[in-house]
Write a new protein. Structure first.
Length: 244
């Protein structure tokens, strides 16, 4: 493939202009959404992708949820332009749309009776770390423009009563997010702690599913690599439908 192009099983994306390049986080979250036992694929009709970057999560959501219309938002204009181009080449173009707008403004503009069954996000999470020289790239990876408080309050406003919010965060930020969501009476009902390799003591990422319904929480510890440094069975399973 040419530089700046990432090939998935059922589509490809360009990501040369987007502040978010295709990376492991998006692939992990997309794969987990597709294999999430809690989410009802037949009853999910409206999906929102917060901070869509080049549109990867939106495209994967459209692939897995065949009845859903997917709305993608991002504050970076070039990312949204590239997302729209990626949508136009996909098999699900008629169910995908993108808009250059902040989450805060989008939530303010959204009518109270228009809610989403599923909200997904691979959000900015490098809190209090060194800023990038590129403004747009810094925005995509720092919480200055989209804080944990913003995520929690806006998701609470936009999610339906039976809806879910799926996201991926570093462990240290995930705990703050879970506490903030409790204030909104939204609860973490599924948590996957992702370790880079079997035998490591600390997980690299936490993939979480939130709901307004307080149900028995499931927690799973998984590894990206096995003892031999090869892709783990778990990773192969969740990416089997999305990678070539």
């Amino acid at each position: 493939m040419k530089e700046g192009i990432f090939q998935f099983r059922n589509f490809y994306v360009t990501h040369s202009r987007s502040t978010f390049k295709v990376g492991t986080d998006a692939i992990l979250l997309g794969g987990c959404i597709g294999h999430n036992r809690i989410l009802n694929k037949n009853e999910t009709n409206t999906i929102l992708d917060i901070g869509c970057g080049c549109g990867v999560l939106s495209l994967l959501s459209a692939q897995f949820f065949t009845h859903a219309n997917v709305k993608s938002i991002d504050i970076d204009g070039q990312s949204v332009e590239e997302t729209i181009e990626n949508f136009s080449r996909s098999p699900w173009n008629n169910r995908l749309s993108a808009e250059c707008i902040s989450l805060q403004q989008f939530a303010d503009n959204q009518a109270d009776n228009l809610k989403f069954n599923l909200i997904v996000s691979n959000p900015p999470f490098f809190e209090n770390s060194l800023k990038s020289a590129s403004k747009s790239k810094a925005i995509s990876r720092h919480t200055d423009m989209l804080t944990v408080n913003d995520i929690a309050s806006c998701v609470a406003h936009l999610i339906s009563d039976d809806g879910y919010f799926c996201c991926i965060y570093p462990v240290e930020t995930a705990s703050n997010l879970k506490m903030r969501f409790i204030d909104e009476k939204i609860y973490c009902v599924d948590e996957i702690c992702v370790f880079s390799k079997k035998g490591n003591n600390n997980p690299e990422r936490t993939i979480m599913t939130f709901s307004k319904k307080m149900v028995c929480k499931t927690i799973e510890n998984v590894c990206l690599l096995d003892e031999e440094g090869k892709a783990s069975d778990w990773y192969v399973k969740i990416t089997s439908d999305i990678l070539p």
